[in-house]
Write a protein that binds this ligand. Sequence first.
Ligand code: NDP
Length: 248
Amino acid sequence: MTRRLDNQVAIVTGGSRGIGRAIALELASLGAKVAINYRGGQKEAEKVAEEIREHGTEALVLQADVSKKDQARGLVTQTIDHWGRLDILVNNAGITRDKTMKKLTDEDWEDVINTNLNSVYYTVSAALPTMQDQQYGRIVNISSFVGQAGNFGQSNYSASKGGIIAFTKSAAQEVAKNNITINAIAPGFTLTEMLAQVPENIQEKILAKIPMGRFGQPQEIARAVVFLAADGDYITGQQINVNGGVYM
Ligand code: NDP
């Protein structure tokens, strides 16, 4: 049985919809207090907070653009100021700006690297001092299978996701002695608004390449995050693939 997370404090970046929303709800279902971060979707974030409170626990809604270092670090300090501790940090916020190298602009590159990769450095560096004082912390970074496999038209996104994996393995080594684990989850194609942006004819081609013959559900990614947060005491520096077999 999964261990409960009563009285534990969690942050989920990009928790207003998609995979982040599913992670926030799954953590709350085990009793965790959850800070839901969003960039633009306040209404969606407030709705997730309501759903969290229905689980009988507490929620905090925090607007912050995690691609900006002050805002990303502020999100962590606001949560710690509010609840007095931080047990679980889930770096989930992410964007795509898919283009082939021929069309990719500096802005496309920088937006994706800042949002998907630099944000992870900002929040983790802000969270570690508190986790080290507590001698406890569970950090889960959402990568992607394309961080290992690469993908046509996703050089910026793949670089950000591969960077997350390398960062995870390095930082995990530095804080393992403090009972802080840092792991990555690499989802395959998952049914969210991010996937809905992909043209339908391309979605059909993708589907044909997935051994399990279907896209993933956000809850299926969330279950793996919760496993690491609640029961992964001796797992660190790992990447867990949750991808229907699309990359083995
Ligand atoms: P969605 O586009 O559905 O949701 C993205 C979330 O991130 C939203 O809550 C959004 O908030 C938030 N967000 C985006 N930019 C920022 C920012 N600068 N600051 C704070 N929050 C931000 O994406 P998914 O749920 O599909 O993706 C979640 C994670 O999973 C991402 O890291 C993605 O790369 C990864 N992933 C997804 C896959 C898929 O097939 N869906 C496959 C592999 C990995 P708001 O709406 O308020 O802007």
